[in-house]
Design a protein around this ligand. Sequence first.
Ligand code: ZN
Ligand code: ZN
Length: 322
Amino acid sequence: MTNAASAVSGARLVSAPTGLARSESVAYRIVAAVLWPLIMLTCITSTAIGMAHGVGPQVFVATYLALALTLFALERAMPWEREWLQNDGQLLPDFLHTFITKTFVYWFTLAVGELGIADALRIGDGVWPAEWPLVLQVVLALVISEFGFYWAHRLGHEWKPIWRLHAIHHSVRRLWFFNTGRFHVGDTLRAMLLGLPLLFAMGTPHAVLTWVSAITAFCGLLTHCNVDMRTRYLHRWFNTPMLHRWHHSKRLYEGDKNYGENLMLWDRVFGTWYDADYRPGIDIGIKEYMPRSYLGQLMAPLWWTRLQDRVARGAIDPRSGL
Ligand SMILES: [Zn+2]
Ligand SMILES: [Zn+2]
């Protein structure tokens, strides 16, 4: 497009991820700016309507699947990185990590309720402000749970014995909605053990916990998507794809940042919030070796040091990993 044509159509030229020039209309920029809040609010509203009619779980699942399909389509219509649309051969490991970890979380939370663990942890009759409006209670629960999840996540990066569990999530070479749930089951367990006890101790009502889970699920799927969502102001306080891409950087001064799950509050308090005016690198992943198969990834934390030693000595071909 020539400068004259660009001026007539109201479009401008920007540097695209592949280094090519991409024409970008005003309409495109508006859509990119409103997508994240629009989708998030739609998901929350839909779930609230379902809950009001006594079909909360069913509507939540339908909304979650609709969100996944929407992101799949948007990743093709307006991708952040076109190269990340290529198959990385991790479809099955991504699916198995997500399915097995989510199944574990389901049974774990059920067991916590059945065994009365949540009640046992409660301080007295609980100190939860149950008289507050539900919206404020959910905000409070998010702030409290994020404190635990923040430190669980930060430890996963800064403490080597836990990094080997968390490394599976970071071993992806591309970001897209489908690898949102790619967590080692042990990684998720230790995050829950650090993130939930405070809420149980305060006697947080079940309805509030349900809302925290639903918002975390929607926000998580959005956070990983490869869609051009521009959240310049929103990501100062909320976790968005634009912000989470820094977190997947191989460069530690970018990657060891932005630990929040939904909110960036604790990152701002503890000085780990990161954003910059240049584009995050496309080459993401980890420096260590990670096997390609699901079982290999599941077992890797158990013999992490020996595994890395064998790669360094040439006993394992580094090209066989991610
Ligand atoms: Zn991380
Ligand atoms: Zn991630």
